[in-house]
Ligand binder design. Structure first.
Ligand code: SF4
Length: 337
């Protein structure tokens, strides 16, 4: 079994970003307010040494901005402090997130020299019109080019995508997922759009120019996207924004903000699988759905909503759930008298 990984986060909110993308307010999303310094990196590492359990892999992570677009002397000050800690064995890896148009060979050589292991790219969409309306300032081709360079240079590549941005449809979001799969990342994060206060998206929404991507919209489209990554063996390391005090305290005013979004999506995937199995079943049937270990509540749905829906849609006389020893997402259908 591999050792547990612990993230030691250092937030660099909006640092290096050429402008604000319409949906983004990193100060509110991350709760951090100022760019990090070498001193913050040292503090984060010391705190990790004091509070994290021994034995896991400690990854220092620069999040929340466009790291490789930060002025080079500032990047080097942060990375230099991280590298010293790496060399002393106080941390085991360094990761950072950045924009696709802030990656080239020179940038990657710098990251290599400082021992960076993982580069996380905000792709967000592979539809150029959606990228334009989100004011991302890069194209889908930039995502492909940057991803290839990162992989060719031997880094671990993590790609982030969003659903429900202005101009996006379920089809365009599913196509984005397909194109990300083709880039063979080592992991993905899927962030359904949340409307955060003090963003251009908030203004568009208030002006009636953006239709909110609701929790239901996100669950519907993510239930199609998640299996694409899973079938390709690409881990989904996050689905939905991490709940924070700031977001839950009023900064998230609409959109797909839900603390258990991942659970809702898994529950929907099981509902769709059960529907496919029940298709054509005789009305009045009594059925047992045999699901993976620990999947009973996901199959039943919140407040047993999935079971209610299946009972109504297929006029079932009764539906039961039982678990099998394997913890997978497959379902077997049994009929009983
Ligand atoms: S989404 Fe990324 S690039 Fe855009 S403003 Fe936020 S941190 Fe910067």
């Amino acid at each position: 079994m591999s050792a547990r990984a612990y993230i030691v986060p250092v937030f660099v909110p909006h640092w290096g970003c050429p402008h604000a993308c319409v949906f983004c307010n990193q100060r509110r999303i991350s709760g951090a307010n100022k760019p990090a310094s070498a001193g913050d990196v040292k503090n984060a590492i010391q705190q990790a040494a004091a509070f994290l359990p021994k034995g896991g892999k400690r990854q220092l992570a620069f999040y929340g901005g466009s790291f490789t677009a930060i002025p080079v002397p500032d990047q080097e000050a942060l990375l230099g402090t991280a590298k010293e800690a790496l060399d002393r064995g106080e941390i085991d890896a360094v990761r950072l997130s950045t924009r696709p148009d802030a990656i080239d060979d020179t940038v990657l050589e710098r990251l290599k020299a400082y021992g960076v292991e993982t580069v996380e790219l905000g792709a967000q969409s592979m539809d150029d019109e959606v990228l334009r309306r989100a004011e991302r300032g890069h194209t889908a081709q930039d995502v492909e080019r940057a991803s290839r360079l990162i992989k060719a240079a031997g880094f671990r590549l993590i790609l982030q995508m969003m659903t429900g941005l202005p101009g996006a449809t379920d089809e365009s979001d599913i196509e984005t997922a397909r194109r990300l799969v083709a880039l063979r990342p080592d992991g993905v994060r899927v962030y359904p759009t949340v409307i955060v206060r003090d963003t251009a998206l908030f203004d568009l929404w208030q002006a009636g120019k953006y239709r909110e991507h609701t929790v239901e919209d996100a669950v519907r489209v993510c239930a199609k996207i998640v299996p694409l990554f899973e079938e390709a063996g690409i881990p989904i390391i996050r689905l939905g924004l991490n709940p924070t005090e700031e977001l839950s305290g009023g900064a998230a005013v609409g959109g797909a903000y839900h603390p258990a979004l991942g659970e809702l999506v898994k529950s929907r995937i099981l509902l769709e699988k059960a529907r496919a199995l029940l298709n054509g079943i005789e009305p009045g049937s009594r059925v047992t759905l045999e699901v993976g270990r620990g999947k009973t509540s996901q199959m039943a749905g919140q407040h047993r909503e999935n079971l209610r829906r299946l009972t109504d849609e297929f006029s079932l006389a009764d539906v039961k759930i039982k678990e099998k020893p394997e913890a997978d997402m497959e379902i077997t259908l049994h009929l009983y008298e």
